[in-house]
Design a protein around this ligand. Sequence first.
Ligand code: TRP
Length: 387
Amino acid sequence: MDMEGVDESFRVTPWEVEGVVDYERLVRLFGTELISDELMARLTSLAGDSNHMLRRRIFFSHRDLNLVLDDYSAGRGFYLYTGRGPSGPMHVGHIIPFYFTKWLQDRFNVNLYIQMTDDEKFLEESRGLTLEDTSRWSYENMLDIAAVGFNPDRTFIFRNTEYLGNMLPLVLKVARKINFSWVRAVFGFNEQTNIGMVFFPAIQIVPALFERRRCLIPAAIDQDPYWRIQRDIAEGLGFYKAAAIHSRFLMPLTGPTGKMSASQPESAVFLSDDPKTVRKKIWQAFSGGQPTVEQHRRLGGNPDADVAFQWLYYFFEEDDRKVEKLREDYRSGRCLSGEMKEILIEKVTSFLEEFSRRREEARDTLHLYTRDGGLAREMWERRHGLD
Ligand code: TRP
């Protein structure tokens, strides 16, 4: 099988990440583009603000981002689409891309659609989840997502098991354009794959056709195979090819291989972890330090392998000067692994404290994002006007 995103040393598909990902190689395998300094400068200037995840190339790759910016400049606008597979509790690695998405929404004042794929997580048989499980996780995860604080007038969060009827006409138009050998090649399906999984890509593609303007998808790079199919069929159906902006993965607490997962609780900090658990998990995290303090002072540590530093760099320390000083101090041995961990514990704990307050408030505001009025109504009216 020669799926794209699979190399001798790593494997990135929408369902699994194994090994140490070589992101530059992945960009070549997927055929996406690195975000150049020039493109970042253009995005920053139109946004009227700079973003640390862009500066640090946590969002590092894209498709057609330049065209999105052309559309914005020309007044045609664009819209955002992202999603979540509700298979369990969300961890910090899951929520961080939503903060970047909020930054985009606020800066460009655009519509945002968020798809909850409770159908997909049920169909992935190896997860062993019932429909009741995925529907409950959907609700829990929607509270997490609502806690991020999107613009309620411009955001629609929907679960596939509820909303599919509304999407079905478009899902069918998409499904008719995709044959089995295509999804088999893209996703690695085989004769044993259940037919729900074989059909599912049509459902994840459709929100990238919700409006008759360009769709920009902020998501981790493992979701790119869907957008590639969308891009091959969109124009034939009278829509724009989707644009995408791709993130790297947050390093698991257990070290540089694979990705964080709910089945391995020590690999991740969950949004519901209490301060004691956070402290314990980060304290046990993989470190780039030397075995003894004496050696560390003398030889210095490796910030590239140090999970605490990597988490600060990825998201938790916004100040570039501070983060670069930490990198240098760690490399030179001035900063010890325990000190780096303390800094991260403080950041993550205060982030989660604020987050859980907002999540409680979201119980009262969730309906603003899920109602079938608002953006959902506007979208269908606009569609039908144009169809
Ligand atoms: N398949 C994604 C997951 O398992 C969920 C998803 C649906 C998604 N639509 C999306 C993610 C759009 C990013 C962008 O998590």
